[in-house]
Design a binder for this molecule. Structure first.
Ligand SMILES: *[C@@H]1O[C@H](CO)[C@@H](O)[C@H](O)[C@H]1NC(C)=O
Ligand SMILES: *[C@@H]1O[C@H](CO)[C@@H](O)[C@H](O)[C@H]1NC(C)=O
Ligand SMILES: *[C@@H]1O[C@H](CO)[C@@H](O)[C@H](O)[C@H]1NC(C)=O
Ligand SMILES: *[C@@H]1O[C@H](CO)[C@@H](O)[C@H](O)[C@H]1NC(C)=O
Length: 357
């Protein structure tokens, strides 16, 4: 495997400052957020640089590269105890060449581990993984979890691959079972985050209305298909303890259970391998966060659909300002009882990420 030589050659990380078994995190009753982006300078132009209102692209760039300055200051000002950081989309999923992607993932994970090594009470990490070779992805996940103290992984939708970058890999196929086996053995969650489509898809599907690229439409449309692929192809039937987190209030899927379940039942004659109704897996294997989707009536509907014990607060910094997310969270005290509010704000995250273990 390329991991060991590359690690030795590239990034020096001989001793790991984490105590892998017992994490001490700032535990003052503040919130916990887990879909929060960061990247390195060489990848920054691959990410979306459309800033929030009243911010410039260069402010967004400065925010996404930073960890210890304005990010931490915003956390302190807005009652955030702990943030899980991950590599901004598309990250490694946008690198087609297998070896380049694998080396980039290792380098990113080492840089992030090193960067937060003096602040593990405030910051945790989800691993970046090259998904071309599921066994190598599994090996890197194991390394980051057992050696670097990472809390799981975040994948930015499909993996581009092939010489022209046009082979799209979805993690719902049997060859990914070796990866899911390691994920369940390590018992960590995998976060499914959106990505921008390859240019060929953008041209075919979005040239007529380019403003629909990105978060307004493209992200949820593309990622929800991937997640429903994982569900319908029976991945959760083969790995009943697998934990998947989906942002933006579930990429719309729990808003549409009636039609999804009803229409999928008609596909049984086509060999649909899934053993249960699609909605059922949202009560056993899938969690959602509120990242960038601060819609209180929709949150209440989703609580009804999947249960309060499946929904966690997150913001989507720096694409969404931290004060905006924190101000919305505070309004939820008027619609949730105290126990449910604290579950969304922090308690479910502590449990799912095993921060107290
Ligand atoms: C990213 O884009 C900016 C603006 O075009 C440019 O100045 C910078 O050199 C680019 N960075 C990289 C790593 O390519
Ligand atoms: C942006 O700034 C303008 C002028 O200061 C203000 O009226 C507006 O509310 C701000 N918008 C947001 C989304 O903060
Ligand atoms: C951790 O290190 C970074 C620089 O790498 C520094 O900016 C930050 O203040 C340090 N944090 C603590 C808590 O020492
Ligand atoms: C799926 O839902 C339908 C309608 O509620 C129900 O009749 C059926 O038993 C469910 N199937 C499974 C496998 O749970």
């Amino acid at each position: 495997m390329i991991m060991v030589p590359y690690l030795a050659l590239s990034f020096v990380l001989f001793s790991v400052p984490y105590a892998v078994t017992a994490r001490a995190f700032r535990n003052t009753g503040g919130s916990i957020v887990l879909e929060e982006a960061w990247t390195i300078p060489s990848l920054v132009n691959d990410t979306s640089l459309i800033p929030p209102f009243n911010q410039t692209s260069s402010e967004l760039v400065s925010n996404i590269l930073d960890i210890h300055n304005q990010r931490l200051a915003f956390m302190n000002e807005n009652d955030i105890d702990f943030m899980v950081i991950s590599c901004a989309s598309p990250c490694v999923q946008g690198i087609s060449d297998t070896e380049t992607a694998q080396q980039q993932a290792v380098q990113l994970n080492n840089i992030l581990a090193q960067s937060i090594s003096n602040s593990t009470d405030r910051f945790g990490a989800f691993a970046a993984l090259a998904m071309q070779d599921p066994a190598v992805a599994a090996q890197e996940l194991r390394r980051t979890v057992t050696e670097l103290g990472f809390l799981g992984a975040l994948v930015n939708d499909y993996q581009q691959s092939g010489p022209d970058g046009m082979t799209l890999l979805y993690y719902d196929q049997p060859e990914y079972d070796v990866f899911w086996e390691t994920v369940t053995e390590l018992d960590v969650p995998v976060y499914f985050h959106p990505r921008s489509n390859i240019p060929e898809i953008i041209t075919l599907e979005y040239a007529h209305a380019i403003w629909l690229e990105g978060p307004a439409q493209e992200f949820a449309a593309t990622l929800s298909t991937h997640i429903l692929g994982v569900i319908t192809n029976g991945v959760f039937d083969r790995f009943p303890t697998l934990k998947v987190i989906v942002g933006h209030l579930g990429e719309r899927i729990p808003s549409d259970f009636f039609r999804i379940d009803e229409q999928l039942r008609r596909q049984l004659i086509n060999g649909l391998p899934m053993l249960r109704n699609a909605s059922d897996y949202w009560r056993t294997n899938l969690w959602e966060t509120t990242s960038g989707n601060f819609a209180t009536p929709l949150l209440q509907f989703h609580i009804n659909q999947i249960g309060i014990d499946r929904i966690l607060f997150s913001i989507d910094y720096p694409y969404v300002p931290i004060p905006e997310g924190a101000a919305w969270l505070d309004t939820l005290t008027s619609v949730l009882n105290e126990q449910d509010f604290l579950s969304v704000k922090r308690n479910l995250a502590i449990q799912l990420l095993k921060l107290d273990q």
